[in-house]
Design a protein around this ligand. Structure first.
Ligand code: NAD
Length: 484
């Protein structure tokens, strides 16, 4: 547990079996724009996790028997109340996460829309054989209790995306936010209490032990985990205890390749925001920018100009465009990578320093002439720092983009869409965009990583099926007495 524990009472409560529950112990939640605690969060005990799982198991019996239409009805009502309470959640999300108000608004307002889109999908029974001998169907059954473990960069969007898929497909759930950003998520639980049958969605916050307790819990049937690769590997090992199903959405080190026919002035702004939105703390942020040597200098200059003009500050200030790094250890990690970069021959074109104020602020940093093999290129910094690498032959850019253990997403920037699409196909990544990067999550489109960026997919029918067990049902057409 990073933050000091106390017994301070709080307005934030867990949701277990449809009721508000408190804890005996609380931990401080830090506002990253000040570096100081601004609220306290109840710290769930092992017994509270057991109670949440037991409630979810009980609720599963009736929830899984409802039709998709009936569950859609509940979830759309949940979306409606979430929309009504959005204004209360937005400033809370800014305070705990650090993102600017406009970004927090987009995230919170986007959540009910996500629920609605998930509920527009259909899981159909597939007919595999239908002939005079037999009819064989492939059906999908709900799995049971889903354990959903979320990170701190998009606490609402990620939680709601997973919860809506799990519940819509007939599972019940226990949702755990990151200890860095637990409060808005606990509020989602409060809304669930108003709308969903008791036990269908349990929301509990806790410290560093809670995640491992969940992944090893015998009463949980599936883990949907979103977070770092290092933790994802631990989740996978732990889930083997009862052969839980799991989906792992992990880190990325996305490459964007800018071909020589692209116009630096036209693409600089979308590329900048695809790298720096949420202060670079997006799994699908551009984290390595490969630029053709012919347009390398103008591209660097255009990006550095934008970086120098961006307004960095407290997310509650409506003028702020980029907020702080979300937590101290992440802040220290980005500083470490920055210091490492300064030891190399790289050129820092903008930023390169922390801001002289409380909180975890780093000026948006653009680095040119970075070499492959440095920490900034090989690791996922997850902060406001972008390396720009030079290439001459497209082959070389593709090879360097692919020489990574990460494979979340990537992009190609060019005026030639056919060429862009051909190069996209050669990138080893779960999603590749042409002339855009990190488009808004769309629950109708599958999302997930190749290589060490994850296993499985969230969203779309593919994602929904990962919350279900395929079942073959075989019905003979012939009379059983006909059989030899
Ligand atoms: P993290 O791995 O530190 O933590 C993620 C969650 O796991 C938190 O709730 C944490 O409490 C919990 N946890 C920690 N140790 C655990 C364990 N041993 N067992 C079970 N749960 C445990 O990640 P983070 O720092 O919160 O998030 C940043 C990372 O998440 C980045 O690498 C980012 O790229 C990745 N991410 C990926 C996606 C995606 O969809 N692929 C989306 C957002 C973030």
């Amino acid at each position: 547990m990073r933050n000091g524990k106390s017994s301070v009472a709080t307005e934030f409560t867990h949701t277990i079996d449809g009721r508000a529950e408190n804890s005996k112990v609380f931990f401080a939640v830090i506002n990253p724009a000040t570096g100081s605690p601004f609220a306290h969060c109840p710290d769930a005990s092992r017994l509270q996790l057991d109670a949440a799982v037991a409630a979810a198991r009980r609720a599963f019996r009736s929830w899984s028997l409802l039709s998709f239409d009936e569950r859609r009805g509940y979830l759309l009502r949940f979306a409606q109340i979430l929309r009504q309470r959005a204004e209360e959640l937005i400033p809370l999300l800014v305070q705990e996460q650090g993102k600017p108000l406009a970004a927090a608004r987009k995230e919170v307002i986007g959540a009910p829309a996500q629920i609605e889109q998930v509920c527009s999908l259909e899981i159909k029974t597939e007919v595999l054989r239908d002939d005079p001998q037999c009819r064989i169907e492939l059906r999908y059954r709900s799995l049971g209790v889903a354990g959903i473990i979320a990170p701190w960069n998009f606490p609402v969007a990620i939680a709601i995306g997973r919860v809506s898929q799990a519940l819509y497909t007939g599972n019940t759930a226990v949702l755990k936010p990151s200890p860095n950003t637990p409060l808005t998520t606990l509020k989602l639980g409060e809304i669930a209490r108003e709308v969903l049958p008791a036990g269908v969605l349990n929301v509990i916050a806790g410290g560093d032990e809670l995640g491992p307790w969940m992944t090893a819990h015998e009463g949980i049937d599936k883990i949907s985990f979103t977070g770092s690769i290092a933790t994802g590997k631990k989740v996978m090992a732990s889930a083997s205890s009862n052969l839980k199903r799991f989906t792992l959405e992990l880190g990325g080190n996305d490459a964007a390749i800018v071909l020589e026919d692209a116009d630096p002035n036209a693409v600089a702004r979308p590329i900048f925001w695809a790298a720096f939105a949420n202060s670079g703390q997006i799994c699908v942020a551009i984290k390595r920018l490969y630029v053709h040597e012919r347009i390398y200098e103008p591209m660097c200059a255009a990006l550095a100009d934008i970086a120098r003009a961006v307004k960095v500050g407290d997310g509650l200030d409506p003028e702020t465009e980029l907020g702080p790094i979300q937590n101290k250890s992440q802040y220290e990690r980005v500083i470490e990578i920055l210091e490492d970069t300064k030891q190399t021959a790289a050129r820092i074109l903008a930023g390169g320093h922390v801001l002289n104020r409380p909180g975890y602020f780093i000026a948006p940093t653009i680095v040119a002439e970075v070499q492959d093999g440095t920490r900034l290129v090989d690791e996922e910094p997850f902060g406001p720092i972008l390396p720009i690498l030079r290439f001459r032959a497209v082959e070389d850019a593709v090879r360097r983009a692919n020489s990574s253990r990460y494979g979340l997403s990537g992009s190609v920037w060019t005026n030639d869409l056919t060429k862009g699409s051909e190069i996209a196909e050669r990138l080893e990544a779960g999603t590749v965009w042409v002339n855009q990067h990190g488009a808004l999550p769309d629950p109708r489109i599958p999302f997930g990583g190749a290589k060490e960026s994850g296993i499985g997919r969230e969203y779309s029918v593919l994602g929904l099926k990962s919350y279900m067990e395929p079942q073959v049902v075989s019905i003979p057409r012939t009379d059983p007495s006909d059989k030899p």
